[in-house]
Structure formats: structure tokens, C-alpha cells
Design a protein around this ligand. Structure first.
Ligand SMILES: *Cc1c(COP(=O)(O)O)cnc(C)c1O
Length: 363
């Protein structure tokens, strides 16, 4: 086999690879379990047909209509010039690191947190600095600010509510970090709509901090993971800076049409959020009732443990048709909140797995 001249820091690594397996209960990638309604499917198909009639032309490379709709959805006095959209918030994060990170620069995150932050840092040759969290996965304003002051990173990532722990972050943390950060502060709010407190969003801080960026996605609460739409809200200067690195016409006309149509149905799409929150809280209670630990969650997933051999638990669940995720600290597992039926199946199978083998539970 020919040895390829892969960049040394990437050689031998494997790409992002959460298993995509066709099993009855899939609770591993924090998708919304409710598919679009027949009416929304029809509206999307009609919007795509309109877009298809002019697919010989490039799309609106500034995606103005979509950015305007996203700004209206977010509120907080934002307009199209404050927003930017891309193929999933992962592409947004990549663009941010391309323009504000890069060789000779650093990015800092508070782990355990979203595994793509350090991965995208690596692919953009940005040095990654891993800071920690308290044992209950929370962050407090003073110690977060202290780490940022000491490390002086070019980019700070704060994730709220956090993945994979589910932990919501008080606004005071973002405020304290913004006050001392020498560079950009990115608050990844992929799960904001699931937060118990809807006012707990860094959007409220944007008028005060010009180097703050709030990143959102339509993949989770909006139930639109397949469309690949992520976006940011920030000072217009940040949106202009991103223009330096974005690819021309990066967001297809089809994606823009789908996202716009979905936003017109946002009330319907977000109507599942209340049910998911309720199921989440029930799941936490049930897991604790089984004698397990379950972290407080303001998201659509629950981190639970502790297991001496989490891989064995994960595999045994998979053998029973339930796919969850090996994520977080070594003894923990993460399960996405599904429909009531899926959650019941997951809990029953977990009971079977743990009942069948006393050796699997660590505590
Ligand atoms: C799921 C997730 C994302 C991104 O998803 P996209 O589908 O690329 O928008 C970003 N951040 C966090 C913390 C996530 O959990």
C-alpha cells in the first residue's frame, strides 16, 4: 500500500464515526425522534421543486432570506446581518476556527464536552487546551475566568447545555469569561431549546460583547438533522470576518429552501420539545430508581453510569436492539431521549442487561 503524505498530526487517526446501525431503537446521536408531519413533508417537497427549477444557477451565496428568518426566530433584536448559516453547526465551528484559530493559535474548552471542538481545532491546526469541570460537570464563573486569564486562548468554547453531560451553564459563566477573554468566545447552544430556563441564552449578552458568538443548529430541537443547517448569531463584524474563509456558494439552494420552509413551521417542529423534556425528566428518575447515577440534564439526552465495563453494557444493549453512545468519562454512557415507547424499551433492556450480570455495574 502506498504511504500517503498525510499531515503528521492527523496520521493514524480515524474520522468522526458514531455508529450508524439499522436497529429498532436508535438513541445515540441526539436526534429528535419525531419525523416531520405529512403536511411539512409536502411543503418541503414543493419548496424544493421551486428551487429545482433554477438549479442551473448558483444559490444566493449570502443566504439572505434564510438568515433573516433565523434572526426573526432568535428574536433579541437580531437581524440578518447578525446571523450566518452553514451546513450544520459543525461547519460554522470550522469556519470560526479557520478565521480566528489556525497555526500558532489556540482554542480552549471545558471537558468533558463536545468532541468535535478539539477535532475541528486539530483539522484547522489550532492548538487545543483542555480545561476541566467540577465533578458534577458544572462550571463556576470565577474558576472558568481564571483558566481563560491564565491560558489566553484565541478562542474559548463554552457549551450550554453541555454535550455529553447535559449540564446547563449559568449566564454568569459566559459573562465572566467574556470579560477576561483576549479573543473570541463561542457559546455552542445546540440544545438551547431544551433548557428548562428559556431565558438562559448567551444571545442576551451579544450587545455587550463584540467577540461573543452564539452557535445554534436545526439538527436537534428542530428535528431537521438530515437537512444540515447550523447557524450563528454575533456582531455583524464577526459575520463579515467569516466571509474570508467560507467557500463560495457553500449552502445549496435545496438546503436553503428546506430550512426556510421548516422555519415557517417552527411552532409545529418545536411542539415536540415539551414532550421530550418531560420524557427526559422521567428517564432521569427511572435511571436513578435503578440505583444508577444520572447527571442533571437540560438537553434531549441523559448521561448515566457508573459502569465498570461500559462497553459491555453498550454492546449488550445493542445486541438487544438498542443503540446508545459511549460518550463522556470512562464509566458513563449517554442515551438520547426517544419517544415514550423507545425510552420504555431502552429502560427494560437496560434492566435485563444489568440484572443478567451483576458484574457490569460498578456501584
Ligand atoms: C449535535 C451538536 C452540534 C452539531 O450539529 P450539526 O448537526 O452539525 O448542526 C454542535 N454542537 C453540539 C454541542 C452538538 O451536540
Amino acid at each position: 500500500m502506498t504511504a500517503l503524505p498525510i499531515r503528521s498530526e492527523l496520521a493514524g487517526r480515524s474520522g468522526y464515526g458514531a455508529p450508524q446501525l439499522d436497529v429498532p431503537v436508535r438513541l445515540n446521536t441526539n436526534e429528535n425522534p419525531y419525523p416531520p408531519s405529512a403536511e411539512l413533508v409536502a411543503d418541503i417537497a414543493a419548496a424544493v421543486a421551486v428551487a429545482a427549477a433554477v438549479l442551473n444557477r448558483y444559490p444566493d451565496r449570502d443566504a439572505i432570506k434564510l438568515r433573516d428568518a433565523l434572526a426573526r426566530y432568535l428574536g433579541h433584536g437580531l437581524s440578518a446581518e447578525h446571523t450566518w448559516a452553514a451546513n450544520g453547526s459543525n461547519e460554522i465551528i470550522m469556519q470560526l476556527l479557520q478565521v480566528f484559530g489556525g497555526p500558532g493559535r489556540s482554542a480552549l474548552g471545558f471537558e468533558p464536552s463536545y468532541s468535535m471542538h478539539p477535532r475541528i481545532a486539530e483539522t484547522t491546526a489550532t492548538r487545543w487546551i483542555a480545561a476541566g469541570r467540577a465533578s458534577d460537570f458544572t462550571l463556576d464563573p470565577a474558576s472558568a475566568a481564571e483558566v481563560v486569564k491564565a491560558e489566553e486562548p484565541d478562542v474559548v468554547f463554552l457549551t450550554s447545555p453541555n454535550n455529553p453531560t447535559g449540564t446547563a451553564m449559568p449566564l454568569a459563566v459566559a459573562e465572566a469569561v467574556c470579560a477576561v477573554a483576549p479573543g473570541m468566545v463561542v457559546v455552542d447552544e445546540a440544545y438551547a431549546e431544551f433548557d428548562r430556563d428559556p431565558a438562559n441564552t448567551a444571545l442576551t449578552l451579544l450587545p455587550r460583547f463584540g467577540r461573543l458568538v452564539v452557535v445554534r443548529t436545526m439538527s436537534k430541537a428542530f428535528a431537521l438533522a438530515g437537512a444540515r443547517i447550523g447557524y450563528l448569531a454575533a456582531d455583524p463584524a464577526v459575520v463579515q470576518a467569516v466571509q474570508l474563509v467560507r467557500m463560495p456558494y457553500h449552502l445549496s439552494a435545496v438546503s436553503q429552501a428546506v430550512a426556510l420552509t421548516a422555519l415557517e413551521h417552527s411552532a409545529e417542529l418545536l411542539s415536540t420539545v415539551a414532550a421530550i423534556r418531560e420524557e427526559r425528566d422521567k428517564l432521569v428518575v427511572s435511571l436513578r430508581g435503578m440505583g444508577l447515577q444520572a447527571a442533571e440534564s437540560d438537553t434531549n439526552f441523559v448521561l448515566f453510569g457508573l459502569f465498570a465495563d461500559r462497553h459491555a453494557v453498550w454492546q449488550s444493549l445493542l445486541d438487544r436492539g438498542v443503540l446508545i453512545r459511549e460518550a463522556g468519562p470512562p464509566q458513563w454512557l449517554r442515551a438520547t431521549v426517544g419517544t415514550a415507547g423507545e425510552n420504555a424499551t431502552f429502560l427494560n433492556q437496560l434492566k435485563n442487561v444489568l440484572g443478567g450480570s451483576e458484574s457490569l455495574a460498578a456501584e
